[in-house]
Design a protein around this ligand. Sequence first.
Ligand SMILES: Cc1ncc(C[n+]2csc(CCOP(=O)(O)OP(=O)(O)O)c2C)c(N)n1
Length: 334
Amino acid sequence: MSTPESVRVEPDDPSELVETTVEELAPLYRQMLAIRRLEEASAKAYSQGKIGGFLHLIIGQEAVCVGAIAALTPDDYVVATYREHGHAYAKGVPARPILAELYGKKTGLVKGLGGSMHLFDKEKNFLGGYGIVGGHVPIAAGAAFAAKYRGDGRVALCFFGEGASTIGGFAEGLALAALWKLPVVLICENNQYSMGTPTYRSLAVEDVSLRALAHGMARDRFDGDDVIKVKRRVAEAIERARTTGEPTLIEVVTYRFRGHSMSDPGLYRTKEEVEEWRRRDPLNRSRARLVELGMSEDDLTALEDDVKAEIEDAVKFADESPAADEYFPYVIKE
Ligand SMILES: Cc1ncc(C[n+]2csc(CCOP(=O)(O)OP(=O)(O)O)c2C)c(N)n1
């Protein structure tokens, strides 16, 4: 079987502009900004000792989850990794229960019992939050299998890093999705490092999208700075999944500005490399585009103030909420 003709595999010219409007882009810029401010607030709370365990931030990668999830309907599923606060927010989970969950508070999304890596919201069809690298790819295939079995037209989006493409669960998920023609879109967020290991040291073939060929699966590969481009390209794969049941493997080339987790200072990268990617910051790109499209500075400031207030409110809510262990029945009290 050959891959569909519509599938592109070359990274695009970063200066390419995809047509859009203020009405389409402004809400996506708002979501990306809210995710960034939420992540920054989490980092601050972590350094103040209010959040324990691991904390993996998505700062720099926001356009991938926001653009991709914007192409879904509320009934579709999202399955993600431990770097999933932004994915949950983009799927409609408010900032308050996300942050309260990170704090381990009773008001958290899963009552403070899961923490940063285990967000889950059945109502929003956000099916987690998984800490085992690549282990969630078969879970996404399973959700897509259920949709196909029920014939309800739903699609599952599964997000993972390029490091996950070397894991057994990834190969198993792909094999089943291709064999059974499951309506799943597999999105590799290639941020170029698995913890501190660069792709050239962990992948014999650095183009992750090529893994699709072994399964006769459609594939796509592009850079992830432009939220509208991400939305358009993922929408093509979603349409294919919804109408033909064909899965797609998409690789989006992106970059995380910070270390792997809060305990990683990221010393394996040069300052120049990080600076180079910061110049391509997806938020700045979208903001500049909104100005070009005619959005006024006053309107942009109002939007940004609104985001600031939303995240400040979430911090206050998390700070003031009661701790989960006050009611958790399995906590051993001395
Ligand atoms: C099966 C498994 N092996 C190892 C780990 C430890 N670990 C957590 S994140 C990570 C790196 C994964 O990198 P990648 O898939 O590229 O995603 P990213 O963190 O860059 O988003 C590793 C090795 C794990 N959680 N699960």
